[in-house]
Structures are given as structure tokens and as C-alpha cells.
Write a protein that binds this ligand. Structure first.
Ligand SMILES: C[S@@+](CC[C@H](N)C(=O)[O-])C[C@H]1O[C@@H](n2cnc3c(N)ncnc32)[C@H](O)[C@@H]1O
Length: 256
């Protein structure tokens, strides 16, 4: 792909597969091209590895953090289940929202909770809202432990951010979807891998071996779910698309 930005003519020219597109530079379409490329360069430079939430690293794109916050605040869940704790920042994001909303608690699962991360979370003021479980998120014993902590009828949101292979995410969707009531979501993070497959640190199979593909296969098997981008809570911009690592991520239960 070749992108030419001409600030004098105010155009962005996109050349790909012997096709050429001339876009007005200050247009939503040009913004989409630039942000897709910005996301890609940023991924290679670990852009999302430089933020913290209440003192702990959170490995997410800031826009994705804002969007999950919007969903949590709109749905006011009883439980936010997250796979992939890492340093704990995303657990604390969810827990801090629960504390502010006065409702909800957080369950986190990670195959390895490193001692310094566990210590930091155990000493954190939001500790009472957190339950951490160590083990693989698709191990039936771990799935059983998670489910034993959730009462029937509780409203659950599930954020899947552990191992990002298609089969692992598909297995997570299969394991946890029955926790999610109509109107709520399972979020399969990092479907952007599809667009990153040619980067030096990526793998060529990411074109199909990614969470977005898992989400697509899951909704084909389960017609009570659909990939459904949550509506924006506020938008006075000229833009409709998102700057996100989470394309095709929002798997919504649309009926019982
Ligand atoms: C991208 S990091 C999670 C980032 C975190 N959600 C955040 O926002 O800061 C991925 C985590 O998934 C964990 N992980 C990898 N495979 C897993 C598995 N099979 N089950 C549970 N966790 C897993 C890794 O140990 C790692 O901590």
C-alpha cells in the first residue's frame, strides 16, 4: 500500500493492488486510512504499553478503554469477568467503575499471575472488589471456579484479553457465553491482529488466527448472539468509525 499526503492539494492518495483512490485529506475516509496505519505503526512500537490505571499498567488503546467504560456504565453489570490480568490495570479500571457506580465486582483469570502483580493488586484499595483466579481461562476446572462465583440471574460482561489465537478465543466464548444475558456482551479484544500480519513481530497466520475470526465463527454457531458495535454514547464529530484494536469484538446476546 502506498499513501501519499499532499498538504498543498489537501488530498490523500491511496494506491493498492493497482487501484488508486483520491481522498480529500480532511475527510472521514482519509482519517480512517491514516488511523488504520497509525494503529499498525503504533502496534509495532508497543504504543499501548505506556499507560496506567490507578497505578497499574493497562495494556489497551485509550479509545478502547473509554468504550469499555461506556458499556460498563450503561449496563451497570453485577460482574465483570476478564481473562488476561497481566499487570492488573484493566481489572482496576473495571473495579474503579464498580466502586463509583456503587454496584458490581470483578473476576480476573490469568494463566500466570506474577508475584509482583499479585502483590500490587492485593495491596490495592480496590482489592475488596477483585477476585483473581490463576489458571488457563479454558481449563474446565477454572471455568467451573469462575461460574461458582456468579449467582444465577446476575448480569455479566465478559472481556476476553488472554491468549489471542482463534481457537483459544473461540473456546473462551463457548465456555462463558451462558453467563451473558440479553443486551450484554462478550468482548473479544485485539481482532486488529488481522491487519498486522505483515509486521516484523507478527505471524503470517494472524490473517485468520485472531479473535475477530473467533467472534465471527462463534456467532455463526450461536444465532442468539451477534457482532454488534455498541452505539456511541456521544458523537458530535464527523466520524463514524473507531480507532481501535478491537474490530468485530463486541459479541452481543441479542435474545435468550
Ligand atoms: C494482553 S495481556 C492482558 C492485558 C490486560 N487485560 C490489560 O488490559 O492490561 C494477556 C495476558 O493473558 C494471559 N494469558 C495467556 N494465555 C492465557 C490463558 N490460556 N488463560 C488465561 N490467561 C492467559 C497472559 O499471562 C497475559 O497476562
Amino acid at each position: 500500500m502506498k499513501i501519499t499526503i499532499d498538504t498543498t492539494r489537501k488530498t490523500l492518495v491511496l494506491e493498492q493492488d493497482a487501484q488508486r483512490q483520491d481522498l480529500p485529506l480532511y475527510s472521514p475516509d482519509a482519517f480512517d486510512v491514516l488511523s488504520r496505519f497509525w494503529l499498525k505503526v503504533g502496534w509495532d512500537l508497543k504504543y499501548s504499553y505506556q499507560f496506567t490505571w490507578l497505578g497499574r499498567p493497562i495494556i489497551q488503546m485509550p479509545e478502547d478503554i473509554l468504550r469499555i467504560q461506556e458499556i460498563i456504565c450503561r449496563l451497570q453489570p453485577d460482574v465483570i469477568l476478564e481473562t488476561g490480568i497481566a499487570h492488573g490495570g484493566s481489572l482496576l479500571l473495571s473495579a474503579s467503575l464498580c466502586r463509583l457506580m456503587g454496584t458490581g465486582r470483578v473476576i480476573g483469570v490469568d494463566i500466570e499471575i506474577r508475584p509482583h502483580n499479585r502483590r500490587a493488586l492485593e495491596q490495592h484499595p480496590l482489592r475488596p472488589l477483585l477476585t483473581m483466579i490463576e489458571g488457563s481461562s479454558i481449563d474446565p476446572e477454572i471455568v467451573g471456579r469462575v461460574k461458582s462465583l456468579i449467582r444465577p440471574g446476575e448480569k455479566v460482561i465478559v472481556l476476553l484479553d488472554s491468549c489471542h489465537t482463534r481457537d483459544h478465543v473461540l473456546a473462551e466464548l463457548e465456555a462463558y457465553h451462558d453467563l451473558v444475558p440479553p443486551g450484554s456482551y462478550l468482548v473479544a479484544a485485539d481482532g486488529i491482529m488481522h491487519d498486522l500480519a505483515d509486521l516484523p513481530a507478527a505471524k503470517p497466520d494472524w490473517t485468520w488466527n485472531n479473535p475477530a475470526e473467533a467472534a465471527r465463527q462463534f456467532v455463526q454457531r450461536h444465532p442468539q448472539f451477534a457482532i454488534d458495535e455498541p452505539p456511541r454514547a456521544f458523537n458530535e464529530s464527523k466520524l463514524a468509525s473507531h480507532v481501535t484494536y478491537w474490530p468485530s469484538a463486541f459479541v452481543k446476546r441479542i435474545r435468550d
